[in-house]
Design a protein around this ligand. Structure first.
Ligand code: SAH
Length: 261
């Protein structure tokens, strides 16, 4: 799915940034890189160095003279910009863009371009006007310009998260506790109630809990254990600890000399 998205870099000055972008793309599962009139020669050893192994993306990069040609086959073009421009254009943040693109990607014939500007001047107004929408990463307004590869990383991360969330929705896992995969079945209500009864009896045995003056002790402990969502193995361990605690308490009580008064 993410392969249908191409990253277009316009007029990049530093080959190292192109390498950094390739790395960010490969980390997030994107593959297609387009360079529009890169200012230094390409290929470049600095780009290879900064790509840290994402050289396949650099090797397959396509080079164009102008942005118009680079996005000619795209059904949706999003231009990323560090600044607001005179003429307002539909403007999204990366998360909103990712949601929108995730929907777009359900049509197999759709091709999407994310366009990034020059390190010193960003994208020209003409280039921004080749885009259907603009995207801005909301950062410190007094220091709003990210490094090129960092900007690509933020956008592609949001895209990946949106695609993963959509996939998860289609195949919900049976054993999701609070959003994480788990290796052991969770304790059911019956097991939990046996545990809480056992816990209460043990706390009485060791004189920690006075049923005549219970306060909120058992409710608070219940809340603690419910928050942890124990699984069946954890329940067995805790029950074992309680049994031995009771045995130790009973032995202690049996060996103690009776109190004299
Ligand atoms: N000095 C330039 C910023 C260039 S940064 C300017 O003022 O426009 C290089 C590119 O990274 C930008 O063209 C844009 O595509 C992207 N970028 C940097 N910071 C960004 C931000 N906060 N939101 C969206 N894109 C950003």
């Amino acid at each position: 799915m993410l392969k249908a998205i191409k990253i277009v870099l316009v007029g990049t000055s530093h080959p190292g940034n192109i390498g950094g972008v390739a790395r960010a793309m490969k980390n997030m599962g994107l593959a297609e890189l387009c360079l529009v009139a890169p200012r230094a020669q390409f290929p470049h050893h600095e780009a290879v160095l900064r790509s840290v192994g994402a050289t396949d993306i650099l090797d397959n990069a396509k080079i164009y003279d102008c942005l118009e040609d680079a996005v000619a086959d795209c059904t949706l073009v999003a231009g990323s910009s560090a600044r607001s421009r005179h003429l307002p254009w539909p403007l999204l943040n990366p998360r909103q863009l990712a949601e929108r693109l995730e929907q777009e990607l359900t049509h197999s014939e759709h091709r999407i371009a994310l366009v990034f500007g020059r390190e010193d001047r960003g994208l020209s107004n003409e280039e921004l006007h080749l885009c259907h929408l603009h995207v801005h990463i909301p950062c410190n307004p007094d220091f709003s310009s990210l490094n090129l590869a960092a900007a690509v990383q933020v956008l592609t991360y949001e895209l990946r998260m949106a695609v993963l969330a959509a996939e998860e929705k289609q195949t919900p896992s049976k054993t999701l506790p609070f959003g994480t995969e788990w290796d052991t079945p969770f304790a059911n209500g019956e097991t939990l109630e046996h545990f809480f009864n056992h816990l209460e009896r043990t706390l009485i045995d060791i004189n920690f809990h006075n049923p005549d003056n219970p306060r909120l002790l058992m409710s608070r402990l219940r809340r603690l254990y419910m928050r942890a969502r124990p699984d069946t193995i954890e329940m067995n361990m805790l029950r074992g600890i309680l049994t031995l605690t009771q045995q130790a308490a009973n032995k202690n009580a049996a060996t103690k000399p009776p109190e004299s008064n």
